[in-house]
Design a protein around this ligand. Sequence first.
Ligand SMILES: Nc1nc2c(c(=O)[nH]1)N=C([C@H](O)[C@H](O)COP(=O)(O)OP(=O)(O)OP(=O)(O)O)CN2
Ligand code: ZN
Length: 146
Amino acid sequence: MATELTNPQTDRAALNPSGEVFEISKAVTFEAAHFMGGKPEGHPYRNLHGHSFRLEASVRGKVKPGEEWVEDFSKLTAALQDVAQQLDHTLLNEIEGLSVPTLERICLWVAKALRPTLPGLTRVTLSRPSLNETCTLDLAGQSNAQ
Ligand SMILES: Nc1nc2c(c(=O)[nH]1)N=C([C@H](O)[C@H](O)COP(=O)(O)OP(=O)(O)OP(=O)(O)O)CN2
Ligand SMILES: [Zn+2]
């Protein structure tokens, strides 16, 4: 059944009458270099090389009475761009906390950086699209979403 949307006040109140929980996601991209120093001599991962990364953050929560959304996407964009700027065109191994720059470690590093601004953070997903490789850090049990 189609809902008629005519009154902004009524519409806002009606948006989430049962307190449904939503998850919204935003992604940014960055380029960075790394090497896996712990690998044996001659191992290909040991050599300095670069990747294009796609970084996605997800925030979970309810639309509170009188509000339009879980979180304005602009807040996710600003937080993600700030993190991506810290990683873009760097040698990841040189960044504090990323001496072993696996997707898993980078996800943890990003989650730590994002949490103060995005308390409802539930997932950090880091991909290397050209390699079809993705790692997701699931923080659902730890978020402050309500
Ligand atoms: N679980 C993980 N496995 C691997 C990671 C990682 O972060 N998490 N990282 C690497 C290396 O960084 C490597 O650079 C990944 O590149 P990849 O293209 O996968 O390696 P190859 O080009 O040699 O292709 P293969 O699929 O490994 O043959 C490795 N693993
Ligand atoms: Zn690599």
